[in-house]
Design a protein around this ligand. Sequence first.
Ligand code: FES
Length: 579
Amino acid sequence: MNEPPPSQASSQVGLAGQHGRSASRYGDPGLAGFITRSFAKSMGFSDEDLRKPIIGIAQTWSEFNNCHQHFRELAEAVKRGVWQEGGLPLEFPTISLGEVFLSPTSMLFRNLLAIDTEEMIRAQPIDGVVLLASCDKTIPAQLMGAASADVPAILVTGGPTLSGRWNGRDLGACTDCRGFWTEYRAGAIDDDALREIEDALCRSDGHCTVMGTASTMAGMAEALGMALPGCAAIPAPDARRFRLAEASGRQIVKSVELGLRPSQIMTEGAFENAIRVMLALGGSTNAVVHIVAIAGRLGIPLPLDLFDQLSRETPWLANIRPSGRWQMEQLFEAGGVPALMKELLPLLHADCPTITGRTVGENLDRARVRDHDVISPLDDPLGPEGGIAILRGNLAPDGAVIKQSAASPNLLRHRGRALVFDDLQDLMARIDDPALDVSPESVLVMQNGGPIGAPGFPESGNLPVPKKLLEQGVRDIVRISDARMSGTAYGTVVLHVAPESAVGGPLSLVRTGDWIELDVPARRLSLDVAEVELEKRRQAWHPRPRPYSRGWGRLYVDHVLQADRGADLDFLVATEGPD
Ligand code: FES
């Protein structure tokens, strides 16, 4: 091995990092370089290695995260690419957020992962970083952290699972989790069938394979320019995902050379592109909260009215469940997100820079739709508007969100009497009570499901249809809450009502029997109660005791912002670009 002589080696910046963030901590950069090189050599690295740009790989593998079970192999593929391009890949762990294994809700920890990612990028001698993410909260959390750290970064998602198969039909988590559970509660399928479905539903590595939050956020990351074109839809076990991970490893080294920072890629135009792609995908309502939070880290405001404006101008193109018919495998075969973006190109900012070093328009040169049943043409869309609508009115002065593409058309204009539940516990205790005074015209209202109230802003907003109605054949009913719902869910469900009931928002004033009017085409959500009466209720309202007195929970409830501001912590939002 041709090692440089010691004097030459000690003059190298080496593991102190080319941006010099960590070396100065010791006060003497020469000493810091000497110590860090020496310690790095204990891992077997040579001077030749230590002269390369250092590429951190933010690893979110965990056995409590089924969606990330292949991430150790994915990291190895990234490393190959980094080595090929002349970088030194060093993998480091952050916390991992497995959607179904976290209590009380993974959303309580999104901002914690964002802090972890940001601080580890800042603290370690990293020139560029590869973010490995997949499950719902991990993509937004890592993009939030990377935006704040503003060191060159590229996202590699884990990809969707293969479609499940049962009784000759495709299954998709977790739209079918909910659908079959509803049928089970209605007595339409038995225990044996339910067990067979449980065995067949999740067939491989990867995130949920419908257009849930993970698929939506992966598509938006691609549209933002933070992931290589095609990244979002390649199935998790497909060899092409590992080749894309390898290419991402090569690309991050080039991005370091170009000095391409997240703040140069995630611009206002890029966020508009991402929102339009989300709308055309029929994406998850959760994406609204997440993208506002990511933009907030860069000092870019994304008011809810912008989502509504773009939704009215952006047609729904992707025929993917839960809004449509197909799953992510078919989206991949139809050309993936690049093909969808090619259709949308007249509505996109084609000149936005991306992580490839080329513009959005240049990246799409060779993209084309291979199956118009999966991705509709722009001039013959599945729906004239995007999947998401923003509602306002005296019940939601700061806005509420509905996924109109997954709602029942006959309920989009509806007036009904409220049936109010104080919180999730009250709901679970009473929803299947045979004596429940409910009809198909009722409007179910759940309070205390928001960022502070629940706490953690859980996906409890898809309130179950009461068993009494299920047995009558009813499968949808208007539901309203300040909670979120899984992107894989469906129904006429109004979410993210802001301000939330736990801070005294109007939702806290609703009483059973009040008239509520929902008018999605007019974007209205109204509580039909006289202002005098509402004022009386306001005076009588008292906040509940805060749920945490210490630790992360305390920090969270003391600082979390409302849904319309992305539910980030107030002190993490940038006021003038990244810190
Ligand atoms: Fe991870 Fe659905 S459980 S994406």
